[in-house]
Each structure stands twice: as structure tokens, then as C-alpha cells.
Ligand binder design. Sequence first.
Ligand code: ZN
Length: 272
Amino acid sequence: MTRVHRRLSTGNQLGQTQLMAFAADDIGLARAWVAAARRVVVLTGAGISTDSGIADFRGPNGLWTKDPEAEKTSTLHHYLADPQVRQRAWRNRLASPAWDAVPNPGHLAIVELQRHGKLLALVTQNIDELHQRAGNDPSLVLEVHGTMRWSRCWECDDRRPMSEMLERVRAGDPDPSCEHCGGIVKSDTVSFGQALVPEVIEAALSAADRCDLLLAAGSTLSVFPAANVVPRAKAAGARVVIVNGEPTAMDRFADVVLLGSLSELLPRLVAG
Ligand code: ZN
């Protein structure tokens, strides 16, 4: 099982990112379903962190939309084969706005679900750990694409805090290798073309099979197999609510689609 992605053409050209677009009753309906739900699975993508100052990848202002070359730093083959790509990746990590980012009201709304005792699992495609920083129990967070806050040696699997590696970059090493074995080091994230951790994605799909409400927030739902959480939950009889800044690849499975700002909509969904 490897991480693949398909491009969405819908929405991007419309410039409607912040437009609130849904029928008047939809938010009330979705809020009632959230209030009645007992076992909620939340799936989040980059869109929930944009209001924390972390740019997404595929949205209208996404990093890869504006600079397709940058996508190479997240593609395993290029990363392992090309020292220039790795050096660029280390510079990007050093400069990432994610280090100073703080959770926004969208993240905090999901913590509310946990406080109400109804959060079964929080499946995230994000690597920024803002859910844990917001207060979500780490044992409920399934990071299907790993975490940027740790590094891992491609050869010997040595795992250590990313801050240690970034110190070496700051000290002048443009592409620091493993101190144990000399191997290539990358962030402990799942690059394109890299296998997912089977236990993590299986736990996510298993939670989808057992939930009574699936809330997908801030994901284009175009990256697989993470996006399969949506049809799995639907097949299990769960209500499906999608909240995003633009249409998603899975809107046809949704009982309600709410288009708009996540940091505004998610708190309204969990209120009461
Ligand atoms: Zn090593």
C-alpha cells in the first residue's frame, strides 16, 4: 500500500475558498447529527491548519499549486536519488512556519468532541502535530502520513527529534546523514511513493467501520488510501459530514457538505 494522489480540478479555478456555500438548514442538520452521535471519527487534512499559518499543498494557494517543483521534495524517489532535492527539503524544513504554528478554533472544536467522550479516532493526513498540541489525546490521533517533528534514517530506522537534525543543518551541514550508519535521513513522514505504516491505516479504516458519524474536515479527499475512510464509514451506515474550503473528491458520499472556513464552521458544529 503506497501513498498516491489524484488531482482535483474542481473548485481550484473558482476562487471560492472562503465562500460559505450550503443550504441554510445544512449546518443545523449537521450540528444535530454531531450532538446525537456516540462514536465520531474525524478525518483532517491540510485545510484545518491553514488558519494556523501552514499553507496547504493542493488548494488555490497551495505550495505545490504555485511551485510544482517543490513536490519533488515530498516524493521518495527524488528524495533518495538527488542530493539537491534533499538539500532543498532540509532548507524547507528549517524555514517551515509549522514550528511556530499554534492550534486554531478548528483544532479546538475537535478537542471538544473528545471532551464529550464521543471521539473514536482522529485520523489526520497532517504532519504538524497541531491536534496533539490543541489537547487531543495522542492515543486517539492516527497520523497516516507521519510527523514532521521526528526524523528517521532510511537505512537503520534511527528515529530522533527533528530539532536535533535541524541543529546540524543550522551548523552548516546541507544534507545531514545518519550519525550511526551514514544513511539518508528524512522526516518521519510518508512521502509520495513510500509505503504507509499498515497498522496506522488499518486502525483508521477499522475505526471508520465502527463509527456512527464521520466528519471529514480540510481534506480534498484525493489522497489514498486515507480518503477511503469516507466510503468505509458510509458503507458501515455512518452519517458523513464534509467540511472544506472547496469541493472534494468524496462529496457524493456526504449527507451534508459545508463549504467555508473551517475555523468558523467546526466550532459551530460542536456547539451545544
Ligand atoms: Zn542510520
